[in-house]
Design a binder for this molecule. Structure first.
Ligand SMILES: [Fe+2]
Length: 134
C-alpha cells in the first residue's frame, strides 16, 4: 500500500511541488517499513525522516506566505500546526504501543488523507496566489 503522487496534485510552484513529491516518497518509505514489521529502531528512523520533510515543506510554504503577505496565511498555518500535533500524537502512540498495524492505519487515516486534501485545497490556493506574484 502506497500514497500515489499524481499530476493533479501539482500546485505550480516548483520548489513546493518538489518538496511535496519528496514527502510522498518518505510517507511510502514509512508505510513500507511499518507494514514489513521491521525493527523498531528502523521504523523510528523513518518516522523522524518523514517529520523532517514535513517541517521542510511547511517552513518553505510559511516563508512564501510571509514574504508575499498571503491573506489566508493564518488559516493555512493553523492547518499545518494541527497536522504537526496529529503527527506527534501518532509518533507518541507508536512509541507507547510499538504496533506496526496501529502505525500503518494511523498513517493512512491521518497522514495520507490529510496530505492529499491539504495539497489539493490549501496548497493549491497558495500556489495560485504565488504564481501571480513570482
Ligand atoms: Fe501547506
Amino acid at each position: 500500500m502506497t500514497i500515489q503522487w499524481t499530476a493533479d496534485l501539482v500546485v505550480g510552484i516548483n520548489s513546493i511541488d518538489t518538496q511535496h513529491r519528496e514527502l510522498f516518497l518518505r510517507v511510502n518509505s514509512l508505510l513500507d517499513v511499518a507494514s514489513g514489521g521491521n525493527g523498531n529502531q528502523k521504523t523510528k528512523e523513518v518516522i523522524l525522516f518523514l517529520c523532517d520533510q514535513v517541517m521542510a515543506c511547511f517552513s518553505l510554504e510559511e516563508k512564501f506566505m510571509a514574504q508575499y503577505r498571503y491573506p489566508l496565511a493564518n488559516c493555512h498555518q493553523v492547518e499545518h500546526d494541527r497536522f504537526i500535533e496529529d503527527l506527534t500524537h501518532l509518533t507518541h502512540g507508536y512509541d507507547a504501543k510499538g504496533a506496526s498495524t496501529y502505525l500503518v492505519m494511523g498513517i493512512q487515516r491521518r497522514v495520507c488523507n490529510w496530505l492529499i486534501d491539504h495539497i489539493d485545497k490549501s496548497d493549491r490556493a497558495l500556489g495560485n496566489y504565488l504564481k501571480a506574484r513570482l
